[in-house]
Design a protein around this ligand. Structure first.
Ligand SMILES: [Ca+2]
Ligand SMILES: [Ca+2]
Ligand SMILES: [Ca+2]
Length: 485
């Protein structure tokens, strides 16, 4: 039975229809040719976006991808009736895929995590190249706003198979990768080093990653979100036992308050534990109700550093646990279904956001697993290199990290501002106005391409702005002062 502190409110089950209208934005949509990922996330209270209720809000990326990242509020702290000082540190939709098969983990790590640098997937099997993962994004100081995918597959018992690499690959960069980014700062491509002084956004909750299951229609909008607050959040004592290990359910409808879904002891935890990564399967009970922890429900979670259950079991903040609604007693090592090493992480690392991606391949079929992973993984960052230019002489323009064997275009302008330019044929927006197509070509199997052409005499002494693009993927903007001969 739910302990509701606001008994006069309508129940969650009766308000689902309203909620679908209120928050029914799920499913990939396309605006101006750019794909908007369905992914929802939250950030921690130390993130620039986490002030003024930002850490108590649910966010999603916007269509705008470019030099100025911009996430938008999906459900605000006030719509959730949360305090601006609360911190949502775990978030999930109900994941039926949890109980029907195998899955990869999608996860984020905190600012202090390092990853295991000897587990990089830059030479993955079957010719695939997954160049970015936790360890290199940490090295470049841009991991905290990223989402990674496990190379291994799991079910509710533990690891079942995978690439046997015990590693991870970047699937959403914090910024700039159209359709594969959260539109957070720093505005850096995955291969760029970020100044250590930069105040990083830390994603500490994710859910609703789309399945790239070919042929499937967009999934229906989620009817309910399940959240956990970080320990010490001011709303916690108002919603049930004060604890970071409680889970609350919400339709996102501002008229319906958060409802207590589970208390710590129901999932084998202490009130002093803190759930910081969460995936729930909420089984519809025989009365047709959602929003209560009961037999048939399943929960995956990770705990925050400092949770007393971890040292008691000798386990890590990157351990992932599984509990079901019929289980009783405290968690133990048998409930741990993924270790840090399974995910390519170190023992002291912290998984601080969690989701699952359905595995579509048979066990042992590493060719299939690599191919499916390649549909999620950030493969390239389409970097444009322009060597110093002199009017009247040949210049060299080099594409790095492009998608292999893909049409590639180079644009230039003398007047870059103020308006960006829509390129529907490429499914993207260039950051410059009045772009002139200067060159086209196709990248080689290694994703590189070099153009060499004569620079016009008329641009001697002037600034020229260059930007390259592959379908759906613009490069960074490169301004160059052209020397006079
Ligand atoms: Ca990154
Ligand atoms: Ca978290
Ligand atoms: Ca954790």
């Amino acid at each position: 039975m739910i302990k509701s502190l606001r008994p006069s409110s309508p129940s969650i089950s009766t308000s689902i229809a309203i909620a679908v209208v209120a928050v029914g934005l799920s499913g990939a949509s396309s605006v101006h040719g750019q794909t908007v990922p369905t992914i929802k996330f939250s950030v921690d209270s130390d993130s620039p976006l986490g002030t003024l209720g930002g850490a108590a809000s649910i966010w999603n990326p916007t269509v705008r991808v470019g030099p100025t990242p911009e996430a938008s509020t999906f459900i605000s702290a006030s719509e959730l009736d949360l305090d601006p000082l609360d911190d949502i540190d775990a978030l999930t939709i109900s994941r039926g895929e949890l109980v029907t098969g195998t899955f990869h983990f999608a996860f984020s790590v905190d600012r202090a995590s390092r990853g295991l640098s000897d587990r990089m997937l830059d030479i993955a099997p079957h010719g695939f190249n997954f160049p970015f993962g936790v360890a290199d994004q940490v090295f470049l100081n841009q991991a905290a706003g990223d989402v990674f995918m496990s190379s291994e597959m799991f079910d509710l018992i533990g690891r079942v198979d995978g690439l046997n690499l015990f590693s991870n690959a970047l699937i959403y960069n914090q910024a700039l990768m159209s359709g594969q980014n959260l539109n957070l700062y720093p505005a850096a491509y995955p291969r760029e080093a970020v100044d250590p002084k930069f105040e990083l956004e830390n994603v500490n909750a994710i859910t609703d990653l789309p399945c790239r299951c070919s042929g499937n229609a967009d999934p229906p909008a989620a009817v309910m979100y399940y959240i956990s607050l970080s320990k010490g959040s001011p709303s916690s004592p108002l919603l049930g036992p004060p604890s970071g290990a409680c889970v609350y359910a919400t339709t996102g409808d501002p008229l319906v308050p958060l409802q207590l879904f589970s208390v710590p002891e129901q999932v084998g935890l202490s009130v002093d534990d803190d759930i910081d990564g969460l995936v729930v399967y909420d089984f519809v009970d025989d009365k047709g109700n959602l929003g209560t922890w009961s037999a048939g429900d399943v929960m995956l979670f990770s705990l925050a550093p400092g949770s007393p259950s971890l040292p008691a079991l000798g386990l890590s903040p990157a351990t992932i646990f599984q509990r079901d609604g019929a289980q009783t007693g405290a968690i133990d090592v048998a409930d741990a279904i993924a270790s840090p090493a399974d995910l390519g992480l170190a023992q002291f690392d912290n998984v601080d956001a969690l989701d699952i991606i359905p595995a579509l391949c048979d066990r042992g079929n590493t060719s299939c697993i690599s191919r499916v992973m390649a549909t999620y993984v950030v493969i390239d960052s389409l970097n444009l290199e322009v060597e110093p230019l002199t009017a009247g002489e040949f210049g060299r323009f080099i594409i790095h990290n492009g998608r292999p064997e893909t049409p590639t275009f180079l644009f230039a302008t003398l007047e870059p501002w103020p308006l960006p330019t829509l390129k529907p044929s490429l499914g993207l927006q260039l950051s410059i106005q009045s772009p002139k197509l200067r060159a086209r070509g196709e990248t080689g199997a290694d994703g590189t391409l070099t153009w060499r052409f004569r620079v016009a005499d008329s641009v001697a002494g002037r600034f020229v702005w260059f930007q390259a693009a592959q379908p759906g993927r613009p490069s960074q903007l490169v301004p160059i002062a052209v020397a006079s001969p």
